[in-house]
Design a binder for this molecule. Structure first.
Ligand SMILES: [Zn+2]
Length: 446
């Protein structure tokens, strides 16, 4: 045994590791074959949708309804959302139609999903008739390389095979500009803007300048302050209290521009600030449709936003107690917003404030305007209910029963109100006890 080696495997370890490696060698192509079978099946769904869409009226809307309905059918049996399934189906159709060589290599286990996805992504810059040549070369390029390593080479290959200039392509790429928000952990989110480089650099530069001037002011001693050292003694001034990093200032630079429409569910006692002791602070406000936010931010929002909608929830059970409105229709809408929180199509998470209130049993056919006949649907799923053979009925208690065109049934429950807050010491009574349905006293001074 060579004692200079840091790690030693026993003969048994090596034998078993070899077994595991052999198994992996067999699993990889089997997995690839299964994945490609799934891709081909999804592409078939795409073909059905295309066939049915051809038989519909020429309106974009009715065509789109066919695709949504088919995606929802497949989403139901695979525990995903119809939006995500529609993306998967589109991708599958593209793989099957434009990248047969890549698909064969994947099916044979010579490359993986990672490679095939990279080929698809890099190939999107190419017009359809240039993709066959790209596909053949790309599949060969991928064999024996890790997917991560091959991406740059695939990009270059696509550029080489492209029949149009960069300027022409930039004009096209500009159409893809967009902004998206991805929730992260600990009350943070990532805001991603995909912009023309010039504009993105301009924004970055502006934030930099802003940060530089704030840091300059911060580092300049106050007038009449004799010496640099004097600034250290003056620890109470605002400038001194600002010890943000350049990155933090840049990130804060966007806050002044935010005029967002948000709905936040806040436990009544959290609004009152009763839980200011961080040790006892187990309360969390909930940014509807997104993520929990901390109570201090919730209170700041409550003070700052003119269109704040107050929903008072029971501090222990989290049940919605009532809203701040006496007007019946408005309070009904608020109740439903609190009950549904998001679109009620199975799997959909579009926040209620971006949804429409839908009469489950059509208003025009005598359906009552009653909380037992109303629910939130996003525009996408509202039109699906209206224009496709997806059906829905209310079972009471806000529970919806959806039936797919093939007869599959999905029950959608209203989301559970989050139990986030336990009053510390004394057990303050919930604000509605004995109130006889009247709204509770104003929970916060705004
Ligand atoms: Zn929806």
């Amino acid at each position: 045994m060579n004692t200079s080696r840091l790690v030693e495997f026993s003969e048994e370890d090596l034998a078993e590791l070899d077994e595991v490696a052999c198994a992996a060698e067999q699993i990889t192509p089997a997995l690839g074959a299964m994945e490609v079978e799934n891709v081909r099946n999804q592409a078939r769904a795409g073909a059905i949708a295309e066939r049915v869409a051809r038989r519909q009226s020429a309106s974009v809307r009715s065509q789109e309804m066919v695709y949504r309905s088919v995606a929802a059918e497949l989403a139901g049996v695979t525990f995903t959302t119809d939006r995500s399934m529609q993306v998967q189906i589109n991708q599958a159709v593209e793989w099957v139609e434009c990248y047969p060589a890549t698909l064969s290599a994947w099916e044979a286990g010579r490359i993986t999903r990672g490679h095939a996805t990279a080929v698809l992504r890099c190939g999107t810059v190419l017009p359809r008739d240039a993709r066959a040549e790209f596909d053949a070369a790309a599949a060969e390029l991928c064999v024996g390389q890790s997917a991560g390593r091959v991406k740059d080479r695939l990009d270059h290959l696509a550029q080489e095979l492209h029949p149009r200039t960069l300027a022409e392509r930039h004009a096209k790429a500009r159409e893809e500009r967009r902004v998206s928000v991805t929730p992260l952990r600990d009350g943070m989110s990532e805001l991603v803007a995909t912009l023309p480089t010039l504009l993105a650099e301009g924004i970055s530069d502006r934030l930099n300048e802003q940060a530089t001037s704030i840091i300059d002011v911060r580092n300049t001693p106050a007038v009449g302050d004799g010496t640099d050292a004097g600034a250290d003694d003056d620890a109470d001034t605002e400038a001194e209290a600002d010890c943000r990093t350049r990155d933090q200032i840049r990130a804060d630079g966007t806050l002044g521009m935010i005029r967002a429409k948000v709905q936040v569910v806040v436990p009544a006692l959290a609004l009152l600030g009763k839980d200011d002791d961080p040790a006892n602070d187990t309360s969390t406000a909930d940014l509807v449709g997104s993520a929990p936010i901390d109570p201090a931010t919730a209170r700041a929002l409550a003070g700052a936003v003119a269109t704040w909608e107050r929903l008072v929830v029971h501090p222990v059970s989290g049940q919605v107690l009532c809203t701040d409105s006496y007007r019946r229709t408005a309070s009904m809408a608020r109740f439903l917003k609190a009950r549904d929180r998001h679109c009620r199509f199975p799997g959909c998470r579009r926040p209620a404030i971006r949804c429409e209130l839908d009469h489950t049993f059509d208003f025009a056919l005598g359906g009552p305007t009653d909380i037992r006949n109303l629910c939130h649907l996003c525009q996408r799923h509202h039109s699906m209910k209206q224009f496709t053979s997806w059906g829905v009925r209310q079972l009471g208690g806000g529970i919806l029963e959806w039936t797919s065109p093939t007869g599959r049934v999905y029950i959608d429950h209203p989301p559970a109100q989050l139990v986030r807050f336990m009053p510390s010491g004394g057990g303050a009574p919930p604000p509605d006890q004995g109130g006889g349905g009247a709204p509770p006293p104003d929970p916060a001074p705004f």
